[in-house]
Structures are given as structure tokens and as C-alpha cells.
Design a protein around this ligand. Structure first.
Ligand SMILES: C[S@@+](CC[C@H](N)C(=O)[O-])C[C@H]1O[C@@H](n2cnc3c(N)ncnc32)[C@H](O)[C@@H]1O
Length: 299
């Protein structure tokens, strides 16, 4: 069953009192102290997602199911985009607004559903959805909503996990139905690319391994983190980490063909599932510090 907004309200309220959970996540995902995450997207991944969004200063970026807003705020700061964050948890939205205020950033965080954001048709230039599309009650409706709110030529970038075998009953039901390529294509997107990100998994695994070994004491956020870690490690090898990107068609007539948009890379069917870069290279600490944005230290 999909998780309710009330469930997530409680989850976020517990988290607000647990600096320990955030510290563990930040360390493994290599996130700066100001970036509050409730998922598994690490620092390198943020760079890849930002690149795939192809934002220009002033573009409106929707962070869909934004949680506490950390990723959207970071990407807006890097790109100069104007951020709108939507989540159905009022508590998440409250914490996201607090975070934006603490960081001195302008952003519009509001409540809304994955399948009914409340935003106008063609009103945003890009949509980001980090590790959340699997929660949609009706996934097809959520993909359609992403397409509806995007202006022609706008970009959608989603991160998630997909089952290696959708019939494998050991995989969590909500992850078993994730198929980013099928969902985006059926919603009318063009230029759909789904790439496996094995290197992102290394820090995710290390994070879960530390989480299972902690004594949560009476910290409810740590308890739920440890439970999630146990579940995640049990099925770790049964799912793959993926990042999808797609482009909204320039006309309402149908999916975008590469020829519709000059400058879009034309890709063949064979290379759409090929990873970017060398995913086997070890993490590079020097690159990590070199890639710190100027706002890292001032935040
Ligand atoms: C794993 S968290 C990820 C949050 C954020 N994207 C991040 O990466 O930090 C999943 C988020 O999806 C939100 N969510 C789940 N179902 C939703 C729905 N039907 N509509 C809107 N938000 C939803 C939850 O409230 C939660 O904030």
C-alpha cells in the first residue's frame, strides 16, 4: 500500500529531533551540512542530475516530492533556477520552508500530490523527482502530471530503483512496479534515457551497513532508519539504482523526436541504457573537495 501523508508527517517530525540520523546520511552520501536529505542521492549524483536538468538561470525548477527541500535548494543555488517544491507532507513542507529561510534562499514550498501538484499546465521548465516516484498511488498519473506541468522542451530527471525481476516477490511491492522508461514513454516524453548508476550504490550500501549496527536508543528516527536499512540490505542485490531523464515534446501532438529540438543529442536505441562515465572507478576525495560549490562554506 502507498504510504499516507500522515505517515510521512510523523516520519519528518521524528527526524527533526534526530541530528544523529542526518549525520550518518551526510557522511556516507558526502553531503554538506546544510543539505537535508531523506533519500540516497549523494554528492556525485547531484552533479549528474543537475547536468541532466540543463537548467538556465531564471528557469522554474519543480522539486516533486521534495521532502525537506535539500536537493532542490542545492540545484537551484548551482543553476540560478527558481525553485518550487511540492510534497504531500505538510510537515516536510514546513521543514523545507525553515531550511530555505535558514539558508537565506528564495523558494516556494507547497503541499501537493505526485499526481496533482496544483501547478498550472506547462508552468515549469524542469522537474526533479528524487527517490519518490515509487510512492505514487497511481504511477501513470504521476508521470502524466510531470509531463502536464512541463513547458515544451522542458526536462524531467528522476532517480529511483528498479527491480531486476519485476516478478520477484522479495522486492518491496512499490519498487516492483517502477519502470521509469515505460512510465515516461507512456506519458508522452521523448528522448527518454534510463541509466544504471552502480557507483551510487556503494555509498548507499555503506550507509545501510552503518545504520543496521547502531543502537537507536529512544530515538524514533534512528529506529526507523535502522529498520529501513535492514529491509534495504535484505533486497540490495535484487534492485538496480537508476537515473532517468526525458524531454517534454515541443508540440502537444506526441513525443519529442530528436529532430524537433536542434541541439538535442541524437541517441540510438543501443546506447540509452549505457552508463555515463566510468562507474567502476573508486570514489575520488580530491574531486569531491574540488567540486564544492562556493555556497558550501557560507551556508
Ligand atoms: C524518500 S522521501 C524523498 C524526499 C526528497 N525527494 C529527498 O530526496 O530528500 C519520499 C518523499 O515522497 C513524498 N511523497 C510520498 N508520496 C507522495 C505523494 N503521493 N505525493 C507527494 N509527495 C509524496 C514523501 O512525503 C517524502 O517526502
Amino acid at each position: 500500500m502507498p504510504r499516507s501523508a500522515a505517515y510521512f508527517d510523523g516520519w519528518y517530525a521524528d527526524m527533526a529531533g534526530s541530528a544523529a540520523k542526518d549525520e550518518i546520511m551526510r557522511r556516507h552520501l558526502r553531503l554538506p551540512p546544510y543539505l537535508l536529505s531523506t533519500s540516497s542521492l549523494g554528492w556525485d549524483g547531484i552533479g549528474e542530475v543537475t547536468e541532466a536538468l540543463r537548467l538556465s538561470p531564471g528557469d522554474i525548477l519543480l522539486d516533486l516530492a521534495c521532502g525537506r527541500g535539500g536537493y532542490g535548494l542545492e540545484i537551484a543555488a548551482r543553476s540560478g533556477a527558481v525553485l518550487v517544491g511540492v510534497d504531500f507532507s505538510a510537515e516536510a513542507v514546513r521543514q523545507a520552508r525553515d531550511l530555505a529561510q535558514r539558508l537565506g534562499r528564495q523558494a516556494d514550498f507547497r503541499t501537493g500530490d505526485l499526481a496533482a501538484t496544483g501547478l498550472g499546465a506547462r508552468s515549469v521548465g524542469a522537474v526533479l523527482c528524487v527517490d519518490a516516484i515509487q510512492f505514487a498511488e497511481q504511477p501513470d498519473a504521476a508521470y502524466r502530471e510531470v509531463r502536464r506541468v512541463l513547458a515544451p522542451g522542458g526536462r524531467a530527471v528522476l532517480t529511483c530503483w528498479e527491480p531486476l525481476d519485476p516478478a520477484d516477490g522479495r522486492v518491496l511491492g512499490r519498487l516492483r512496479r517502477v519502470n521509469l522508461r515505460a512510465g515516461l514513454t507512456a506519458a508522452g516524453f521523448g528522448d527518454v534515457q534510463v541509466r544504471e548508476r552502480p557507483r551510487w550504490r556503494a555509498c548507499e550500501r555503506a550507509m545501510w551497513q552503518e545504520a543496521v549496527s547502531i543502537d537507536p536508543g529512544d530515538d524514533p528516527a534512528l529506529r526507523s532508519f535502522r529498520d529501513e536499512a535492514l529491509r534495504s540490505l535484505e533486497t540490495f542485490g535484487l534492485i538496480r539504482r537508476v537515473m532517468a531523464s526525458a524531454t517534454a515534446p515541443l508540440t502537444s501532438a506526441g513525443p519529442l523526436r530528436p529532430a524537433d529540438k536542434p541541439g538535442l543529442p541524437v541517441r540510438s536505441a543501443e546506447d540509452t541504457d549505457v552508463g555515463w562515465g566510468d562507474q567502476t572507478e573508486p570514489d575520488d576525495d580530491q574531486r569531491f573537495s574540488r567540486d564544492r560549490p562556493p555556497h558550501w562554506d557560507s551556508a
